[in-house]
Design a protein around this ligand. Structure first.
Ligand SMILES: [Zn+2]
Length: 399
């Protein structure tokens, strides 16, 4: 039994903070709040002056990728020491769950299962299967340079003639958590010459086939027109909104209304766009438009998830989640809204809201102790004193 005493508690539900005690036992939160009495015979952490928030998650990562340019874009378990860069950075930065959105099979799924069994010290992993995409299209034939291993083990090439239902069934058999589809045309290697994109019909068939098997679908888009198509065909989450070099940037009221009605979660990955904005020769910046669109979406009631595209060059695992929160606040979120999005909101996207996302009775004891108040300045989420995952201290900068 462990008690965290006198902590400023931000529980992830959006309720205003209270001075509270948090009681933890066997990996679970037994109780949390102002009403929780002091308990004798418990280990004590006196957290006076500190703030507790639920542990964070990353809704869009490439867990086997690296932020460094001199590493393979996607790595095997044995070559990356079981994705050490990602799992160590995530835990150190208080990110105890990730949704990984394109990696080499079967490594990521086997690792996910090992992590779930406690054989690996790692954040929880929710994983997409291989990436469904067009022949000649993004990302296999652009950023991955038609790499043979990535083509065969991280991608599924589809077109109008493909037996999509059979392909989706085969991927579902691998026990993936999500299906990922690319509906994108921007050529990041030779802008502005577009690359082939799957047809709307093929996108729709893929989404339908996945839903038939009970699998949610995330759709990667480059801009507003593609987002409208992704929303129309029933995507469960839409990734990126406005990509680097986007040439369609106007989101109609009709589209926003449709996304609200269908409860589609949008994952803008602002940090990854900012890092590469206007870096493609000949491309115009999209950053200001992206910020305005994210705020407009939020104000319309669209759930915005906190995902980074970490594991691509320049976008670090773990720490980027905090940068994404800061960028959301820069766009017009309150710090409280950003924190709730990166905890409770993400937990819903990951289908883990029964055990993650808030500091409440019965949830897994995944939380951060911060040395300063993130409601005063969102950058204080980086002032981490301790990280708990399932009640265990996985990072300690306090004792
Ligand atoms: Zn990505």
């Amino acid at each position: 039994m462990l008690i965290i005493k006198n902590v400023n508690l931000i529980d992830g539900t959006g309720k205003p903070p209270v001075l509270a005690n948090i009681l933890i036992d066997q990996g679970k939160i037994i109780d949390a709040g102002a009403h929780v009495p002091d308990i004798a015979h418990a280990d004590v952490i006196n957290a006076e002056g500190m703030t507790a928030i639920p542990a964070l998650s990353d809704a869009h990562t490439h867990f086997s990728g690296s932020s460094l340019f001199n590493r393979p874009p996607l790595g095997r378990r044995e070559k990356t020491y079981d994705f050490a860069e990602a799992r160590e950075a995530c835990l150190r930065w208080g990110v105890t769950a990730v949704r990984t959105t394109g990696d080499l099979m079967p490594d990521i799924l086997e690792f996910r299962d090992d992590a779930a069994k406690g054989k690996q010290v790692s954040p929880r992993i929710v994983s997409a299967g291989p990436m469904f995409q067009a022949r000649g299209g993004h990302p296999c034939y652009t950023v991955f340079g038609a790499d043979k291993e990535i083509e065969s083990d991280a991608c599924i090439i589809i077109d109008d003639d493909t037996d999509i239902e059979q392909k989706v069934k085969a991927v579902a058999k691998l026990k993936v958590d999500w299906i990922k589809v690319f509906y994108a045309h921007i050529n990041k290697m030779n802008y502005p010459e577009p690359v082939p994109r799957i047809s709307y019909r093929t996108l729709e068939r893929t989404v339908n086939a996945a839903h038939e098997l009970g699998l949610p679908v995330m759709v990667h888009v480059d801009g507003a027109d593609e987002m409208a198509d992704a929303a129309r065909c029933g995507a469960d989450s839409i990734e990126h909104m406005l990509g680097v070099g986007a040439d369609s940037t106007d989101f109609s009221e009709e589209l926003i209304g449709h996304i609200v009605k269908k409860n589609i979660i949008v994952v803008p990955t602002m940090i990854s766009i900012l890092k590469f904005d206007a870096k493609l020769p000949g491309s115009v910046p999209v950053w200001e438009k992206l910020k305005a669109a994210v705020l407009r979406f939020k104000n319309s009631g669209i759930p915005i998830a906190v995902g980074c595209d970490s594991g691509i060059p320049l976008v670090m695992h773990g720490e980027s989640v905090h940068d994404e929160l800061s960028l959301m606040v820069e766009a017009g979120f309150t710090p409280m809204e950003a924190i709730c999005a990166g905890t409770n909101g993400n937990a819903k996207l990951l289908r883990r809201e029964h055990c993650l996302g808030t500091i409440e009775r019965g949830k897994d004891a995944d939380l951060l102790l911060l040395g300063s108040d993130p409601l005063k300045d969102i950058r204080h989420t980086k002032d981490i004193k301790m990280v708990f995952m399932r009640g265990k201290i996985v990072y300690d900068n306090l004792r």
